[in-house]
Design a protein around this ligand. Sequence first.
Ligand code: FUC
Length: 356
Amino acid sequence: MSIHNNKKLFSLILPQQNKTAMQIREYILKNESLEVHICNYGGIIKNIYTRDCDWKPVDIVLGFDDPEQYRSPGYLNAYPCLGATIGRYANRIHRGEIALNGQNFSLEKNDHGNCLHSGSTGFDRQYWEGEQIDDHHLILRYTSNDGEGGFPGKLEVTVQYILVNNTLKITYDATTDRDTFVNITHHPYFNLNPEQETIAGLELQLYSNRLLETNPELIPTGNILTADTDHTFHFPKRLSGIIEKSGLDDCYLFPDLGSIQLMAELSSPQTGILLTILSDYPGLQVYTGKFLQVENGKQGKHYGPFSGIALEAQMFPDSPHHPSFPSTLLRPGEKYHHTTIYSLNCFSKEETDDIW
Ligand code: FUC
């Protein structure tokens, strides 16, 4: 579908503080409907090519053309996490402190005194060992050592990317040798109409009307809110309205059933592309990219505020401080296992001229 055919791209770079040259590798999964490019660096989903209703391939995620750009210090310092695997604890942990079995652990405080996405040693900037089974199946593995980022326990993590027809399924598995907290997700920013600079013309539908109340630093208070008019997305609703009011950065709640549930649908009336997200996680962080500021994106694009929407299926933020939230504690002998599915479809696009 893309110009890359089935080629893998290789490049040699020298990571900071590491004398060994590491290789960035770009794996390509493809079938009749989808082509997905994934980097071993950060487990980054670099491209998702789907078909619009004219059967034209459209890359619906923000990112860079050259995988090495994901390593640029200027980019990393801002934590936009384009397309990356996020762990070992996605989202925020209050004051970057956790306590387990009477012991305190200090994490990196990289976001207003809190820990965001596990700091500068998060999974989004680690090299993963890749095993491509075939055109439809990639396995990435990473060992996060005891003490990495301040977290206790050596964590063995496996992330699998599987194409089945028009779906990309991602599974997350982990085991630990010591009690620890785990919350792993992916952070693709979607724009289903990439000819437009913002997501204002996209429509979002959420299958939940409950969300976590947060303080101004986006740390949960522990209260659960029923969506007000601005946060209600019970029907396909254009994002332009909420963007004018500073956007969304909220965790919507789903019953903790342990089975796959329908979470969200995002669509573009202009390209006719419809993305459906399903997962067995109890939370979906919806972030409309208010703080995006990324230079030299794909085809030299500048990604400014609201140029993509992240829909991150995950456990709840700051769960270690909220016993009433679904537990993120993983003990030796237990298995962490979660699944998220991205399904891509197309429907008839609007024929009208539209400002979007
Ligand atoms: C999401 C948001 C955050 C943050 C990050 C890059 O998870 O909740 O606010 O900016 O992505």
